[in-house]
Design a protein around this ligand. Sequence first.
Ligand code: AHG
Ligand code: MN
Ligand code: MN
Length: 319
Amino acid sequence: MPDKPVTLTEFIIEEERHFKQATGSFTLLLTQIENAAKIIASHVKKSGLVDILGSAGKTNTSGEQVQKLDVFANELLVSTLLESGQVYAIMSEELDEPVFSKKNRGHYVVCFDPLDGSSNIDSNVSIGTIFSIYHKNPDLFQPGIKQVAAGYILYGSSVMFVYSCGRGVNGFTLDPSIGSFLLSHPKIKIPEKGDTYSINEAYFHLFDQKLQQYITDLKEKKEYKLRYIGSMVADIHRTLLTGGIFLNPANKKSPEGKLRLLFEVNPLSFIVNQAGGSATTGYLDPLIIKPTQLIHRTPIAIGSRQEVKNYILSLQRSL
Ligand code: AHG
Ligand code: MN
Ligand code: MN
């Protein structure tokens, strides 16, 4: 008999056994995120049909208002998490304020980017959902090292759920015929070195001299390829599997960088760290930064350990 594939739900239950104080609450929370992810994935698959079924802001053939996908994903995640009873507070890239559970229920704080890379939706390019889980704390702005788990769902040529609760990283692929995520990428390890760099090079003229020099040096080595999707979650997923470095640095127009600590940088840095890679703002580990506001941005480079190290060294060199 062939080995039975392991489903995400089975894996989550099994993994929770390794945590002494586990009560099942964490399993329930992750399972609810998994359920929401399946619903978002099915909407993403239908997004090319908006012109014939009704576009955002208009009514569809059933007479219902069609929502923009990122608004839909946000509302679905908020309601699913609140109903789960496991979440004390929710912070989302799409919300101006944290949302608290009624009656102060729940042990966890969840942060998410409901749809990352949303500008790619209309061109049928990979997008994703990113989430990050912390223990309940009166101060909601906890540094990324306090994450108890983080993960993402990638809506690509297949749908993948990749997560870590601090015991390595595992990836699951949705089998559409049975509607379950199956363990397809156990114990993901990022290569120590890679041959791909990923940055929006159109901003080259806005970068400082050291960064310009770093990019020029990469090209002169003639060993590197450039890949840039414009959905961080998809760029990080490729980097995780094949190695290399992803950068979203500061530039003259965005001196803090573009990406958000709570919703993009912390969860994806946590995952890559757990897979044996590293992350830096250029000068420090992003996971030690205490957020000062909901939309706290930071410059970031994430990837293979050796590539990130070379990047840090290049910024330390005097020109
Ligand atoms: P979001 O769709 O959640 O607003 O995030 C988009 C982000 C990130 O996914 C991506 O790496 C970056 O924006 C791309 O920015 P540029 O187009 O400026 O390169
Ligand atoms: Mn995003
Ligand atoms: Mn987003």
